[in-house]
Design a protein around this ligand. Structure first.
Ligand code: SF4
Ligand code: SF4
Length: 272
Protein backbone atom coordinates (compact mmCIF):
# COMPACT_ATOMS: atom_id res chain seq x y z
CA UNK A 1 0.00 0.00 0.00
CA UNK A 2 2.91 2.31 0.79
CA UNK A 3 3.98 2.52 -2.85
CA UNK A 4 0.54 3.89 -3.80
CA UNK A 5 0.79 6.77 -1.31
CA UNK A 6 1.50 9.36 -4.02
CA UNK A 7 -1.42 8.15 -6.13
CA UNK A 8 -3.81 8.42 -3.18
CA UNK A 9 -2.40 11.82 -2.19
CA UNK A 10 -2.76 13.23 -5.71
CA UNK A 11 -6.32 11.96 -6.05
CA UNK A 12 -7.24 13.32 -2.59
CA UNK A 13 -5.79 16.76 -3.30
CA UNK A 14 -7.63 17.09 -6.60
CA UNK A 15 -10.84 15.87 -4.99
CA UNK A 16 -10.53 18.49 -2.22
CA UNK A 17 -9.94 21.16 -4.88
CA UNK A 18 -12.90 19.86 -6.94
CA UNK A 19 -15.33 19.80 -4.02
CA UNK A 20 -14.02 23.10 -2.62
CA UNK A 21 -14.43 24.95 -5.95
CA UNK A 22 -17.87 23.41 -6.48
CA UNK A 23 -19.07 24.51 -3.04
CA UNK A 24 -17.59 28.00 -3.43
CA UNK A 25 -18.90 28.62 -6.94
CA UNK A 26 -21.92 26.35 -7.22
CA UNK A 27 -20.50 25.31 -10.61
CA UNK A 28 -20.93 21.54 -11.06
CA UNK A 29 -18.53 21.57 -14.02
CA UNK A 30 -15.62 22.42 -11.67
CA UNK A 31 -16.43 19.36 -9.54
CA UNK A 32 -16.53 17.07 -12.57
CA UNK A 33 -13.50 18.62 -14.27
CA UNK A 34 -11.09 18.43 -11.33
CA UNK A 35 -12.45 15.05 -10.20
CA UNK A 36 -11.79 13.62 -13.67
CA UNK A 37 -8.23 15.00 -13.71
CA UNK A 38 -7.61 13.71 -10.16
CA UNK A 39 -8.87 10.22 -11.08
CA UNK A 40 -6.63 10.10 -14.19
CA UNK A 41 -3.60 11.33 -12.21
CA UNK A 42 -4.30 8.90 -9.39
CA UNK A 43 -4.62 5.94 -11.75
CA UNK A 44 -1.50 7.04 -13.69
CA UNK A 45 0.51 7.42 -10.51
CA UNK A 46 -0.63 4.01 -9.26
CA UNK A 47 0.33 2.44 -12.60
CA UNK A 48 3.74 4.14 -12.38
CA UNK A 49 4.20 2.76 -8.87
CA UNK A 50 3.27 -0.68 -10.21
CA UNK A 51 6.12 -0.37 -12.73
CA UNK A 52 4.00 0.06 -15.87
CA UNK A 53 6.13 1.88 -18.43
CA UNK A 54 3.01 3.10 -20.32
CA UNK A 55 1.49 4.77 -17.24
CA UNK A 56 2.65 8.23 -18.23
CA UNK A 57 1.30 7.85 -21.75
CA UNK A 58 -2.05 6.91 -20.25
CA UNK A 59 -2.19 10.15 -18.22
CA UNK A 60 -0.84 12.28 -21.08
CA UNK A 61 -3.66 11.14 -23.34
CA UNK A 62 -6.47 11.06 -20.78
CA UNK A 63 -5.62 14.50 -19.32
CA UNK A 64 -3.69 16.29 -22.10
CA UNK A 65 -6.11 15.32 -24.87
CA UNK A 66 -9.07 16.14 -22.60
CA UNK A 67 -7.78 19.68 -22.01
CA UNK A 68 -6.91 20.26 -25.67
CA UNK A 69 -10.00 18.72 -27.28
CA UNK A 70 -12.77 19.10 -24.71
CA UNK A 71 -11.86 22.28 -22.83
CA UNK A 72 -10.06 23.97 -25.73
CA UNK A 73 -11.72 22.95 -28.98
CA UNK A 74 -15.22 22.07 -27.76
CA UNK A 75 -15.72 24.46 -24.80
CA UNK A 76 -13.65 27.26 -26.41
CA UNK A 77 -11.50 27.88 -23.31
CA UNK A 78 -8.10 29.25 -24.33
CA UNK A 79 -5.86 27.06 -22.15
CA UNK A 80 -2.61 28.46 -23.51
CA UNK A 81 -0.66 31.21 -21.77
CA UNK A 82 -2.42 33.91 -23.84
CA UNK A 83 -5.70 32.59 -22.42
CA UNK A 84 -4.34 32.94 -18.89
CA UNK A 85 -3.38 36.58 -19.52
CA UNK A 86 -6.77 37.21 -21.14
CA UNK A 87 -8.77 35.77 -18.24
CA UNK A 88 -6.52 37.47 -15.69
CA UNK A 89 -6.81 40.91 -17.33
CA UNK A 90 -10.57 40.41 -17.76
CA UNK A 91 -10.95 39.48 -14.08
CA UNK A 92 -12.58 36.17 -15.09
CA UNK A 93 -11.97 33.20 -12.80
CA UNK A 94 -12.61 30.40 -15.30
CA UNK A 95 -11.09 27.05 -16.20
CA UNK A 96 -8.11 28.83 -17.79
CA UNK A 97 -7.09 30.83 -14.71
CA UNK A 98 -7.75 27.99 -12.26
CA UNK A 99 -5.80 25.64 -14.48
CA UNK A 100 -2.77 27.93 -14.40
CA UNK A 101 -2.90 28.59 -10.67
CA UNK A 102 -3.31 24.91 -9.82
CA UNK A 103 -1.17 23.14 -12.43
CA UNK A 104 1.49 25.68 -13.22
CA UNK A 105 1.93 28.30 -10.51
CA UNK A 106 1.26 26.81 -7.05
CA UNK A 107 0.87 23.10 -7.85
CA UNK A 108 4.59 22.75 -8.70
CA UNK A 109 5.32 23.25 -4.99
CA UNK A 110 3.78 19.81 -4.58
CA UNK A 111 4.34 18.00 -7.88
CA UNK A 112 7.13 20.01 -9.55
CA UNK A 113 7.11 19.76 -13.34
CA UNK A 114 4.59 16.92 -13.21
CA UNK A 115 2.47 19.03 -15.55
CA UNK A 116 5.16 18.70 -18.26
CA UNK A 117 5.48 14.97 -17.75
CA UNK A 118 1.85 13.98 -17.50
CA UNK A 119 -0.63 16.57 -18.74
CA UNK A 120 0.86 18.89 -21.36
CA UNK A 121 -0.81 18.28 -24.72
CA UNK A 122 2.18 19.63 -26.64
CA UNK A 123 4.64 17.27 -24.93
CA UNK A 124 2.07 14.47 -25.32
CA UNK A 125 2.78 14.57 -29.08
CA UNK A 126 6.48 15.42 -28.83
CA UNK A 127 7.08 12.38 -26.61
CA UNK A 128 5.94 10.14 -29.49
CA UNK A 129 8.91 11.25 -31.61
CA UNK A 130 11.98 9.01 -31.71
CA UNK A 131 14.53 11.32 -30.01
CA UNK A 132 13.84 10.22 -26.43
CA UNK A 133 17.30 10.98 -25.11
CA UNK A 134 19.37 13.92 -26.17
CA UNK A 135 23.11 13.34 -26.26
CA UNK A 136 25.42 16.30 -25.95
CA UNK A 137 25.41 19.59 -24.10
CA UNK A 138 22.39 21.85 -23.86
CA UNK A 139 22.14 24.77 -26.28
CA UNK A 140 22.52 28.23 -24.75
CA UNK A 141 19.14 29.42 -26.01
CA UNK A 142 17.00 28.94 -22.91
CA UNK A 143 16.49 32.74 -22.80
CA UNK A 144 14.00 32.34 -25.68
CA UNK A 145 11.36 31.17 -23.20
CA UNK A 146 11.45 34.59 -21.49
CA UNK A 147 11.03 36.37 -24.83
CA UNK A 148 8.04 34.16 -25.74
CA UNK A 149 6.60 34.74 -22.25
CA UNK A 150 6.86 38.55 -22.62
CA UNK A 151 5.50 38.46 -26.19
CA UNK A 152 2.46 36.42 -25.12
CA UNK A 153 1.60 39.03 -22.49
CA UNK A 154 2.28 41.91 -24.89
CA UNK A 155 0.03 40.33 -27.53
CA UNK A 156 -2.93 40.12 -25.16
CA UNK A 157 -2.36 43.65 -23.80
CA UNK A 158 -2.34 44.99 -27.39
CA UNK A 159 -5.57 43.10 -28.13
CA UNK A 160 -7.17 44.76 -25.09
CA UNK A 161 -5.90 48.20 -26.15
CA UNK A 162 -7.35 47.68 -29.64
CA UNK A 163 -10.65 46.43 -28.22
CA UNK A 164 -10.14 43.08 -29.96
CA UNK A 165 -9.77 40.88 -26.88
CA UNK A 166 -12.98 38.90 -27.41
CA UNK A 167 -13.73 35.21 -26.78
CA UNK A 168 -13.84 34.47 -30.52
CA UNK A 169 -10.45 36.13 -31.11
CA UNK A 170 -9.00 34.22 -28.15
CA UNK A 171 -10.37 30.96 -29.54
CA UNK A 172 -8.74 31.60 -32.93
CA UNK A 173 -5.53 32.47 -31.10
CA UNK A 174 -5.76 29.15 -29.26
CA UNK A 175 -5.96 27.22 -32.56
CA UNK A 176 -3.13 29.21 -34.15
CA UNK A 177 -1.00 29.02 -31.00
CA UNK A 178 -1.30 25.25 -30.82
CA UNK A 179 -0.43 24.81 -34.47
CA UNK A 180 2.64 27.02 -33.98
CA UNK A 181 3.69 25.09 -30.84
CA UNK A 182 3.38 21.72 -32.62
CA UNK A 183 5.25 22.88 -35.74
CA UNK A 184 8.05 24.55 -33.76
CA UNK A 185 8.21 21.69 -31.24
CA UNK A 186 8.49 18.99 -33.90
CA UNK A 187 10.98 21.02 -35.99
CA UNK A 188 13.21 21.61 -32.94
CA UNK A 189 12.97 17.96 -31.88
CA UNK A 190 14.17 16.87 -35.32
CA UNK A 191 16.84 19.59 -35.60
CA UNK A 192 18.32 18.92 -32.14
CA UNK A 193 17.44 15.20 -32.12
CA UNK A 194 15.73 15.85 -28.81
CA UNK A 195 11.98 15.31 -28.22
CA UNK A 196 11.97 17.80 -25.36
CA UNK A 197 13.89 20.65 -27.03
CA UNK A 198 10.73 22.79 -27.09
CA UNK A 199 10.30 22.33 -23.32
CA UNK A 200 13.96 23.15 -22.65
CA UNK A 201 14.27 26.30 -24.73
CA UNK A 202 10.97 27.72 -25.94
CA UNK A 203 7.97 26.95 -23.75
CA UNK A 204 6.90 30.16 -21.91
CA UNK A 205 4.99 28.20 -19.26
CA UNK A 206 8.30 27.04 -17.79
CA UNK A 207 8.82 30.62 -16.58
CA UNK A 208 6.07 29.85 -14.05
CA UNK A 209 7.00 26.22 -13.50
CA UNK A 210 10.72 26.39 -12.85
CA UNK A 211 10.96 28.60 -9.72
CA UNK A 212 8.27 26.73 -7.77
CA UNK A 213 9.42 23.27 -8.81
CA UNK A 214 12.78 23.88 -7.14
CA UNK A 215 10.95 23.37 -3.83
CA UNK A 216 8.76 20.50 -5.00
CA UNK A 217 7.65 18.02 -2.36
CA UNK A 218 7.48 15.19 -4.90
CA UNK A 219 10.96 14.51 -6.25
CA UNK A 220 13.33 11.71 -7.12
CA UNK A 221 15.32 10.62 -4.07
CA UNK A 222 18.86 9.36 -4.49
CA UNK A 223 20.54 6.88 -2.15
CA UNK A 224 24.28 7.50 -2.36
CA UNK A 225 25.15 4.37 -0.40
CA UNK A 226 23.47 2.09 -2.93
CA UNK A 227 24.77 3.88 -6.05
CA UNK A 228 27.45 2.07 -8.09
CA UNK A 229 28.09 5.11 -10.34
CA UNK A 230 27.06 3.34 -13.54
CA UNK A 231 25.59 6.53 -15.02
CA UNK A 232 22.50 4.79 -16.44
CA UNK A 233 20.12 7.28 -14.80
CA UNK A 234 21.73 10.21 -16.58
CA UNK A 235 21.72 8.31 -19.87
CA UNK A 236 17.94 7.86 -19.84
CA UNK A 237 16.91 11.25 -18.43
CA UNK A 238 15.13 13.25 -21.16
CA UNK A 239 15.68 16.52 -19.28
CA UNK A 240 19.44 16.28 -18.59
CA UNK A 241 18.95 16.30 -14.82
CA UNK A 242 21.93 15.49 -12.60
CA UNK A 243 19.89 12.61 -11.24
CA UNK A 244 22.51 11.08 -8.94
CA UNK A 245 22.42 13.95 -6.45
CA UNK A 246 19.94 15.04 -3.79
CA UNK A 247 20.86 18.71 -3.93
CA UNK A 248 18.08 21.07 -4.95
CA UNK A 249 20.81 23.04 -6.73
CA UNK A 250 21.96 20.12 -8.88
CA UNK A 251 22.28 20.62 -12.63
CA UNK A 252 18.86 21.15 -14.25
CA UNK A 253 17.17 20.52 -10.89
CA UNK A 254 14.06 22.42 -11.96
CA UNK A 255 13.66 20.37 -15.13
CA UNK A 256 12.61 16.99 -13.73
CA UNK A 257 9.27 15.95 -15.23
CA UNK A 258 8.91 12.96 -12.87
CA UNK A 259 8.88 10.50 -15.78
CA UNK A 260 10.66 7.86 -13.66
CA UNK A 261 12.87 6.69 -16.54
CA UNK A 262 15.77 6.95 -14.10
CA UNK A 263 14.20 4.90 -11.32
CA UNK A 264 13.38 2.13 -13.80
CA UNK A 265 16.91 2.21 -15.28
CA UNK A 266 18.84 2.12 -12.00
CA UNK A 267 20.14 -1.45 -11.55
CA UNK A 268 20.49 -1.17 -7.75
CA UNK A 269 17.31 0.73 -6.89
CA UNK A 270 19.26 3.75 -5.68
CA UNK A 271 16.55 6.07 -6.97
CA UNK A 272 12.94 6.24 -5.89
S1 SF4 B 1 14.62 10.58 -15.80
FE1 SF4 B 1 14.39 10.93 -13.60
S2 SF4 B 1 15.41 12.91 -13.23
FE2 SF4 B 1 15.07 12.75 -15.44
S3 SF4 B 1 13.13 13.79 -15.76
FE3 SF4 B 1 12.64 11.63 -15.54
S4 SF4 B 1 12.22 11.39 -13.32
FE4 SF4 B 1 13.25 13.36 -13.59
S1 SF4 C 1 21.54 4.39 -12.32
FE1 SF4 C 1 21.49 4.06 -10.10
S2 SF4 C 1 23.47 3.10 -9.65
FE2 SF4 C 1 23.65 3.98 -11.70
S3 SF4 C 1 24.52 6.05 -11.32
FE3 SF4 C 1 22.30 6.27 -11.36
S4 SF4 C 1 21.67 6.11 -9.21
FE4 SF4 C 1 23.75 5.29 -9.34
Amino acid sequence: MKKYRTAILLFAIFEVVAVGLWLLSGNLFLLLNFSYIGICLGIGSALTAAGKSWARLFVQFTVGAYILVFLGLICHENMQIEGFWYYLLSGIVGAGTLHYFIAKIFGPLLFGRGWCGYACWTAMVLDLLPYKRHNGPRKCIGYIRYIVFALSLALVVVLFLLGKATPSVMFRLFIIGNIVYYVVGIALAVAFRDNRAFCKYICPVTVFLKPMSRFSLLRIHFDEEKCIRCGKCREVCPMDVEVDSNSRKKKNATECILCHNCTRACPVKALK
